[in-house]
Design a protein around this ligand. Structure first.
Ligand code: PEP
Length: 255
């Protein structure tokens, strides 16, 4: 059976790039993705302050979507410095990255909080790129499958099947993020197949075959093709290499 899952290459710009730099980068990327197939989607995720400008500059190029890197779980209120789903919606953002390991590590975002964020995003009909993955010590002690199972169970497995149309999974082993060390294509495939099986066991094979599972962790032009060639890897979440138009374009072309 051939499965038509969406292929996605998403760039996470993190806390990088000024407004002018963001516009310059997205313009470069937009020029290079015109011939991309319908099934492939390109996403960029600028900082909050540059989201609006990037949305405006990509409004005529349907090939490049724009996502937020985070959002708050509450509808509104006294949460100084935070950004709500409604605010994102109001500037044309319909995709949000949640659960990135840097949010988990530096801002203490755990399963309880992430579950609330997931629910709030769905309430606003936003698509969620949900990040999860084990730390080095988990892999060294052979706990990586258990950790990944828990992360998914805790934040996503209470959702119904329809909600899963709004979920994109991003498996990001923490030891591979920004370290230059990539999971081998075999390690990525092994974990992605495990994740798809978890979803199948919890729901059914329709849900599990439909959900895109991205790999993230030091993807670069030199290793993208091999990783993306694995049957359960449906694209990538790219950090460092997404800040350079030619590297990011090469990664997109690898899909
Ligand atoms: C990320 O932060 O999601 C990421 C995968 O970063 P990098 O590509 O730099 O490892």
């Amino acid at each position: 059976m051939s499965i038509m899952r969406k292929k996605i290459v998403a760039g996470n710009w993190k806390m990088n790039l000024t407004k002018d730099q963001s516009l310059e980068l997205v313009n470069e990327i937009s020029k290079n993705v015109d011939n991309l197939s319908e099934e492939t989607e390109v996403i960029v995720s600028p900082s909050f302050v540059n989201l609006s400008s990037v949305v405006d500059s990509t409004s005529r190029n349907k090939k490049v979507q724009v996502a937020a890197q985070n959002m708050h779980f509450a509808e509104n209120g006294a949460f100084t410095g935070e950004v709500s789903a409604e605010m994102l919606e109001s500037i044309g953002i319909s995709t949000v990255i949640l659960g990135h390991s840097e949010r988990r590590e530096y801002f203490n975002e755990g399963s309880h909080l992430l579950t609330k964020k997931v629910e709030q995003a769905l309430e606003h009909k936003m698509r969620i790129i949900f990040c999860f993955g084990e730390k080095l010590e988990d892999r060294q002690s052979n706990n990586h499958f258990d950790i990944v199972r828990e992360q998914l169970q805790d934040s996503l497995f209470h959702l119904n099947e329809v909600d899963w149309d709004s979920i994109v999974l991003a498996y990001e082993p923490v030891w591979a993020i920004g370290t230059g060390e990539t999971a081998s294509p075999e390690q990525a495939q092994e974990m992605h197949a495990f994740i798809r099986k978890l979803v199948e066991n919890k729901y059914d094979d329709e849900v599990s075959n439909r959900v895109s599972i991205l790999y993230g962790g030091s993807v670069k032009p030199a290793n993208a093709e091999e990783i993306f060639s694995k049957p359960d890897v449906d694209g990538g979440l790219i950090g460092g290499a997404s800040l350079n138009a030619s590297d990011f374009t090469a990664i997109i072309n690898a899909i």
